[in-house]
Design a protein around this ligand. Structure first.
Ligand SMILES: Cc1cc2nc3c(=O)[nH]c(=O)nc-3n(C[C@H](O)[C@H](O)[C@H](O)COP(=O)(O)O)c2cc1C
Length: 176
């Protein structure tokens, strides 16, 4: 499969980056081709809602989403969203990419997908809003979810390294 992994953290060696690394390691070990787009380190801009794309054409903004990512999303079999929890949702960096799906919404439908998320807190409700958002996104985009990892209680790198979450990400990458 062709897999696109979109990360949303500004921490190059952070908690969610570790999950992305492990997922990719697992997927590549099974022969999948992975394209990784680290949204926090690219020149990207939010959707302007201008509707010049008509939801089915090029975006007027010639940034890294339009120039490097969008065709990969159209052509791939699976999209993996990777995010730290920011105020109970996707990070702004990742949400900026998601909103730009708008210019090719029809062509990014019917993919496989997965979500890898990390958070500082470990309450029963820490991830409920993110999970609801991802679930509705999958429903709308007609994505077939292949797995979700919610790494709560993982606010910094050493906190996640000793947990099962990186192993879960590796195994998910192997089984997709
Ligand atoms: C702007 C911001 C908002 C955050 N919001 C939450 C939150 O709502 N709940 C939570 O448990 N942790 C929250 N955190 C903590 C991060 O989700 C957590 O530290 C995560 O492990 C960071 O992932 P990273 O290392 O991949 O950047 C927030 C951190 C930042 C910087």
């Amino acid at each position: 499969m062709k897999i696109v992994v979109v990360t949303g953290s500004p921490h190059k060696a952070g908690t969610s980056a570790l999950l992305a690394d492990k997922f990719i390691e697992g997927a590549e070990s099974k022969g999948h081709k992975v394209f990784r787009f680290n949204a926090a380190f690219e020149d990207i801009h939010p959707c302007r809602g201008c509707d010049a794309c008509g939801m089915n054409g090029p975006c007027v903004q010639k940034d890294a989403i339009e120039e490097k990512l969008i065709q990969k999303l159209v052509d791939c079999d699976m999209i993996v969203l990777v995010t730290p929890l920011y105020y109970f949702g996707f990070s702004a960096q990742l949400k900026t990419v998601i909103d730009r799906f708008y210019s090719r919404t029809g062509s990014i439908h019917k993919k496989k997908s997965a979500l890898l998320a990390t958070a500082w807190n470990n309450d029963s409700w820490t991830m409920t809003a993110l999970k609801a958002h991802y679930t509705r996104l999958c429903q709308y985009m007609e994505w077939q979810d292949q797995g979700q990892i919610y790494a709560t209680g993982c606010g910094y790198r050493s906190a996640i390294e000793g947990t099962e979450f990186p192993v879960q990400a590796l195994e998910l990458g192997k089984k997709v």
